[in-house]
Design a protein around this ligand. Structure first.
Ligand SMILES: C[S@@+](CC[C@H](N)C(=O)[O-])C[C@H]1O[C@@H](n2cnc3c(N)ncnc32)[C@H](O)[C@@H]1O
Length: 274
């Protein structure tokens, strides 16, 4: 049942029109991403109706601030249901345990995670920079057959959930490191077959770090937020970084993998060192 129908007896027509249409569901937690101020006094009724009507939801939260900090974590306030922010989310054959306020996680990237896992060839070594609570690591390890995956995450809470998720999904050949990729990656002293950079907005500041562990044949996935007419800018960032690091590269693909804002897309530039 739609939210509007659920609440037709509790809210006025004006309030019904104001109801938020955008929300995320992580495990059994529903998060309103843009809850209108005008409905604050009715938020408990709205949250309780959601729980009453959706069997899989036990907690309702609303986002009050977006990913502005280094860990990209949101500020979430409780509206209804159980008073917790930890849950287990299922996607692409894996289970991911996380606290939705202490760790960045977006269900909207699940197709992208599956896409990458399908590209990983048998025996590849994979580096996941900015690994968070390890959704990319787990989806790749579960759905492909790499020889090893290394994940690096600066948020200690994200790292701890990552360790737990590796156990939860009974994964092997995974190594997780808590720290800043700028310090950790150069100290790894090894080159990788595939490198993921899922930190749109600022991944370009880390291209030199990623290229320090690349070799001939390495495939990199560089994420950015751009409007369609700016996609060439992302390619240029990649070409400039390769030139700076004395590498030649081939752009394999520019993939739209989500919408960030009206007309602005999350994109991946897939490129290979040749
Ligand atoms: C956009 S989130 C992506 C997380 C995860 N890969 C996912 O898809 O859910 C970016 C992550 O990068 C981490 N991060 C930011 N700067 C970092 C750095 N310098 N070194 C390591 N991790 C960093 C943040 O804490 C955050 O968890």
């Amino acid at each position: 049942m739609k939210l509007k129908e659920m609440l037709k007896d509790e809210l006025t027509k004006r309030e019904i029109r104001l109801l938020p249409s955008s929300f995320d569901v992580v495990g059994d937690i529903l998060i309103f991403t843009d809850f209108p101020k005008e409905l604050e006094k009715k938020e408990k009724i709205i949250g309780e109706k959601v729980i009453e009507n959706r069997k899989n939801i036990n907690v309702v939260l609303k986002k009050t601030e977006k990913y502005a900090n280094e860990f990209r974590t949101p500020v979430l306030s409780h509206i209804a249901g159980e008073k917790r922010k930890e849950t287990i989310h299922k996607e692409n054959n894996v289970r991911l345990k996380l606290d939705v306020e202490k760790v960045y996680f977006s269900t909207r990237s699940s197709n992208e995670r599956l896409r990458i896992s399908k590209l990983v060839k048998e025996g590849e070594s994979v580096l996941v920079m900015f690994s968070g609570c390890t959704p990319f690591v787990c989806v790749i390890a579960k759905n492909a057959n790499p020889s090893k995956i290394v994940g690096v995450e600066i948020n200690p809470v994200g790292h701890e959930y990552g360790l737990e998720n590796v156990k939860l999904n009974k994964l092997e050949n995974v190594k997780l490191i808590n720290g800043d990729v700028r310090e950790v990656v150069p100290s790894l002293n090894e080159k990788f077959d595939r490198i993921l950079m899922p930190l749109p907005k600022s991944a370009e500041n880390f291209l030199d770090t990623a290229l320090s562990v690349a070799k001939k044949g390495t495939i990199l996935h560089f994420y950015d937020f751009l409007q369609e007419k700016e996609f060439d800018l992302a390619k240029q960032k990649v070409l400039d970084a390769c030139k700076r690091n004395n590498f030649e590269c081939k752009i394999l693909d520019v993939v739209k993998c989500g919408q960030y804002a009206p007309y602005t897309f999350r994109i991946s530039v897939d490129f290979q060192i040749v």
